[in-house]
Design a protein around this ligand. Structure first.
Ligand SMILES: [Zn+2]
Length: 386
């Protein structure tokens, strides 16, 4: 499971020679004996072309041996990596880090000083690990899920809830109170379990399932930390099978992701429009990135632009200064980058920003009003002092 802290750790990988390879390869588990050689060769070729474009020289010879290692590694281990593999390696250090991609990924290979985390960031932001808790007055089922994997981790049952035949000599009122005590204790028990799971970082978002009135009663007793993770509830029966559980959970999550993105877009559009805590378009967004101002980055998945990278100060810019120098430190050492957007996404994430990559056609239309990209800022910089 990919976590923010894990990604930040990968973000610190560096190759002193500027030869860190970030490779993403989709895998096809359902068909056996897929040969990934051709795809890997194509990726090597495109990585080399990008490297030539940016540095003027071909990838060093060490990459041939590295790619042979990768070929063997993928051949022998593809089965362990779900729907795709993310791999970071360099000729000097070999394979540094591999990760399973739980969701679909586009193949890409980039060689640079820093890792390209953009595809992982996107997956992380759209797929937080979730807990689905289906609850009744005397039972509960707990599921943990991530992307399209789901697992039932436990069932909780209050064995002592009295049935109607237990009423015996009790008055109706007293008997009902007795049952309510049991229900209350059962809810508390399940709520505590959810708190433990949250504390163990087993989920980020919570979905409740069950009859409306039961869910409402249960929700009231949740720990505030757990309740703030709640994104919605579904009318799921306790007898539901795991596929129904997953389907319902994923539909709540998809809606939640969509509305979070919508809110982020609207906030950027209005703040940028008011020239307040927002910027729009690539030029302004790059400037905000350079100042470490970005809180939320909103970007159409298809936005694409060349740019430059300065290995001396780490600066990113759309264009160099007039004499082909770095606009920030005036170094003459600048490198061309075919597409600067993955760098922008990675750097914004490393600065602690939330990244919203927009795929939905309607939302893309909204983002097009700000030139396909924009950001909500942490703080404002007055034009005069910037
Ligand atoms: Zn520089």
């Amino acid at each position: 499971m990919i976590s923010r802290s894990e990604l930040q750790k990968i973000g610190q990988l560096r190759d002193p020679n500027g030869q860190l390879l970030s490779l993403y390869l989709p895998l096809f588990q359902e068909s056996s004996n897929v040969d990934y050689n051709i795809e890997l060769k194509n990726l090597l070729r495109s990585a080399n072309q990008r490297y030539v474009d940016s540095t003027g020289t071909s990838l060093p010879e060490g990459f041939d041996a590295l790619f042979e290692d990768l070929r063997v590694y993928v051949r022998d281990n593809a089965g362990k990596y779900g729907r795709g593999i993310a791999l970071f390696a360099s000729p000097e250090y070999g394979i540094l880090r591999t990760l399973a991609m739980p969701g679909s990924v586009e193949s890409s290979a980039i060689v640079a000083e820093n890792p390209n985390l953009a595809p992982l960031i996107r997956l992380l932001e759209d797929n937080q690990p979730y807990c689905l808790c289906v609850v009744s007055r005397d039972q509960a089922r707990l599921f943990l899920g991530h992307v399209d994997e789901i697992e039932e981790i436990e069932q909780v049952r209050d064995e002592e809830v009295p049935g109607q035949h237990d009423q015996g000599g009790w008055s109706q009122a007293r008997f009902e109170r007795h049952i309510e005590d049991h229900v209350h204790r059962h809810f508390k028990n399940v709520a505590n379990r959810l708190f433990e799971l949250l504390d163990e970082q087993r989920f980020e978002i919570l979905i409740l399932g069950g009859p409306e009135e039961v869910v409402a009663g249960f929700e009231d007793g949740l720990h505030p930390y757990v309740r703030e993770r709640l994104i919605g509830s579904v009318r799921l029966l306790l007898e539901a099978n795991v596929n129904q559980a997953r389907e319902q959970a994923l539909s709540v999550i998809a809606q939640n992701v969509r509305s979070r993105k919508q809110e982020a877009i609207q906030r950027v559009v209005s703040e940028a429009g008011a020239r307040d805590l927002g910027v729009e378009g690539l030029t302004e967004t790059m400037a905000a990135l350079q100042r470490g101002q970005i809180l939320n980055l909103v970007v159409d998945s298809q936005v694409h632009s060349s740019g430059i990278n300065c290995p001396d100060c780490g600066g990113l810019s759309l264009t160099p200064d007039q004499d082909n120098t770095c606009p920030y430190c005036q170094s003459a050492n600048v490198q061309d980058i075919e597409n600067i957007v993955p760098r922008l996404i990675t750097t914004a994430f490393e600065q602690g920003a939330s990244v919203y990559v927009i795929d939905d056609e309607e939302q893309k239309a909204d983002v097009s009003r700000i030139g396909g990209i924009g950001a909500l800022l942490r703080f404002r910089v007055d034009e005069q002092t910037a």
